[in-house]
Design a protein around this ligand. Sequence first.
Ligand SMILES: C[S@@+](CC[C@H](N)C(=O)[O-])C[C@H]1O[C@@H](n2cnc3c(N)ncnc32)[C@H](O)[C@@H]1O
Length: 291
Amino acid sequence: MATVELVEQDKRVLAPETEESSFEILTQYVSDDASSSKSTRCRLGNHEKRRMDREQYKALLKEKDQKRKEERRRRREAGILPPRTKPVKINKYPSPMSLVIDLSFDELMTDKEITDLSNQMNRSYGANRSSWRPVRLYFTSFGGRIKERFMSKVKDWERWKDVTFTEKSFEEVFVDTSKITYLTADADDVLTDLSEDEVYVIGGLVDRNRHKGVCLRKAHDLGIAAAKLPISSYITMKTRSVLTVNHVAEIMISYVNRQNWEKAFNDIIPKRKFHLSITQIGVYATATTFG
Ligand SMILES: C[S@@+](CC[C@H](N)C(=O)[O-])C[C@H]1O[C@@H](n2cnc3c(N)ncnc32)[C@H](O)[C@@H]1O
């Protein structure tokens, strides 16, 4: 009877949370209780052995690491490896241009589209943060389901830097409407260059082309300019050139940074969406005519 009780007691002691703590508890237990079972003493032996192995292994790794560092230092001194250089900190050169994502279309989207929109906002923010010349980014009319989504699923968004989240509409934030251009693939006017003291608005809408012309109508109603990106001057698209919110944001940011529409379109628009760039067509035509 006493043996059974002891074994049960051993089991309780033998199932602590971590190996280290189990070893300590075991040692304590065995030294406190001379009548501890044979199996407990045996387990203790294994613990000791494993701990020894671990320590030996750690020492071996440390030794190897030191040797590797020493070898690298020797090779650097011998001129085989280049000297150590500190990473260069690139100073940002922010643009005064304002880029707005207009989030006033809540009721036109399904829950899934709201989720997609929050991901696209995330990507737009990331592209701006990592650029050398970031623009002034605004998320206006921030409320309803998109705000709920951010509050429940987007980590740390309240700590995001260099971006303005506001419940106000963009017309309330930027009162001089003569400086605003609404971007939409449905416009007749084409954007050729960007003016850095202007405000460009992207419709925060994921609609899989269900709501054609919504943004153009909004621009007309507000009496502000509307324009489309000059995509057809540089690449031939297989489909209508309606892009996602983040692709348009990334193209605008890329243009501010590099002043090159063609590079922006080639880098950002997914390849499956277009045929050949105008330059590629030119090279191909030259090659087939004269080659
Ligand atoms: C998925 S689209 C929404 C399409 C929507 N049916 C509309 O009325 O514009 C998301 C936003 O990206 C911008 N956009 C997409 N393609 C564009 C293009 N080719 N030129 C300018 N802006 C574009 C627009 O601001 C548009 O509201």
